[in-house]
Design a protein around this ligand. Structure first.
Ligand SMILES: Nc1ncnc2c1ncn2[C@@H]1O[C@H](COP(=O)(O)OP(=O)(O)OP(=O)(O)O)[C@@H](O)[C@H]1O
Length: 271
């Protein structure tokens, strides 16, 4: 069965409810000398179940935009709504799961204890917490590794533990800031494929920051191309690729065409 037969000639319309609405949002960092205009007049809609990548050159405000959505940073003007409420209220409702570039696991806790931590903080019972954590470890392909310590795992495996931990309390939105940026290309490819399959199964909303055109095109249903000084959105591209994807897709004309469109938009942003 080819991919297009599996899910139609183009991606299914990701017509879920609005998960994130950013309206005319700007962020100005006050520094000792001149203020830094990190984001300027950002408008963005993300629907439930979309996999959205923010891509752009260093310093264009990708991380700032993600942090604004996730209530880790405040906007200077404009409005941001997450599931219809402020990012602050969304955070209190445990809407976000975070995965950062460095896995940020506790070295003195084994894999299971790292994944159970957010659940323990929620006050769930011990047996329930363990069952949930084991299930999430299995989902990221780490069944049998629950007794290992982070230093006994490869970088890619550590990042899979971080993903399991972020998903353990079933957040509405998974926020991923260059999660695979520090990994070698082969490991990165494999994790891209696993993440894509995970998204296909769960259809959770994902906001993903990356520098890689190939990664953005492979993973996303929507690609947000940004440019620096001040950080703004140059183009929003809805992916025409089918939802079911394998790494071989990267060699197809449709993939290369989309990668070209992203590259052109990035170049336009520099003018
Ligand atoms: N806390 C801060 N105080 C002052 N300036 C900041 C702060 N955080 C970020 N900036 C500046 O805001 C701009 C946007 O930064 P941001 O980290 O969002 O960009 P980015 O696209 O994620 O970059 P990279 O790809 O290098 O991580 C940059 O010019 C950065 O130097």
């Amino acid at each position: 069965m080819n991919h297009s037969e599996a899910s139609g000639p183009t991606a299914a319309p990701h017509a879920g409810r609005t998960a994130v609405a950013v309206r005319n949002a700007s962020v100005i960092y006050q520094t000792a000398d001149t203020p830094v205009h990190a984001l300027s007049n950002i408008d963005l809609d993300i629907r439930e179940g979309e996999f959205v990548s923010l891509i752009g050159p260093s310093g264009c405000g990708k991380t700032t935009l993600m942090r604004v959505i996730a209530d880790l940073e405040h906007i200077s003007s404009g409005e941001v709504l997450v599931n219809g409420v402020s990012p602050h209220d969304a955070r209190l409702a445990r809407s976000y799961g975070y995965v950062f570039q460095a896995p940020a696991l506790f070295p003195w806790r084994n894999v299971l204890a790292n994944v159970t931590l957010p659940l323990q903080i929620q006050g769930k019972g011990k047996a329930e917490v363990k069952a949930i954590a084991l299930e999430h470890l299995e989902r990221v392909g780490l069944k049998g590794f629950e007794g290992k310590y982070p230093w006994q795992l490869s970088g890619g495996m550590q990042q899979r533990v971080s993903i399991a931990r972020a998903l353990s309390f079933e957040p509405k939105i998974l926020m991923m800031d260059e999660p695979f940026g520090a990994l070698d290309e082969i490991t990165r490819d494999r994790l891209n494929e696993q993440l894509q399959q995970l998204w296909q199964r769960e259809r959770r909303t994902v906001v993903f920051v990356t520098h890689s055109i190939a990664e953005a095109v492979y993973l996303s249903t929507k690609i947000v191309v940004m440019s620096p000084r001040p950080g703004r959105i140059v183009k929003v591209i809805d992916s025409p690729l089918p939802d079911e994807r394998h790494l071989g897709l990267r060699d197809t004309p449709a993939f290369m065409e989309l990668a070209h469109e992203v590259r052109e938009a990035l170049a336009d942003g520099h003018h």
